[in-house]
Design a protein around this ligand. Structure first.
Ligand SMILES: [Zn+2]
Length: 111
């Protein structure tokens, strides 16, 4: 973003205009409020901004979405294949940090 745009954003903020960004979560959208400075950081790289906002890596943030917000069992079937059953209570995880912390969990069969 160029200097002119940064000045415009600061001017708008000084007139009490607020900013926010939205992103998908299970069943809807979450809203993240942004200061004038944060608008610039967000605009430069939305995914990295949101990952930092939630305290997770960029890769984990993307995987949280790609997983459908679901944590899968890290166990293996009798045939030696990844189980991939949903970990109890982690089928629709609303924030990426909880999703990351749930990794390594197991389903009821492999618990
Ligand atoms: Zn399992």
């Amino acid at each position: 973003m160029d200097i002119h745009a940064a000045e415009v954003i600061k001017d708008l903020a000084s007139k009490d205009i607020g900013f926010y960004a939205s992103h998908d979560i299970p069943g809807g959208q979450a809203t993240v409020h942004l200061t004038a400075q944060q608008v610039l950081e967000y605009a430069a790289d939305p995914v990295s901004y949101l990952a930092a906002h939630y305290g997770v890596s960029r890769e984990d943030y993307l995987e949280w979405h790609q997983s459908g917000y679901r944590v899968v069992c890290c166990g293996f079937t009798k045939a030696g294949k990844p189980c991939k059953a949903t970990v109890p209570s982690l089928s629709f995880v609303g924030d990426p940090k909880t999703w990351v912390q749930g990794q390594g969990g197991r389903c009821t069969t492999h618990g």
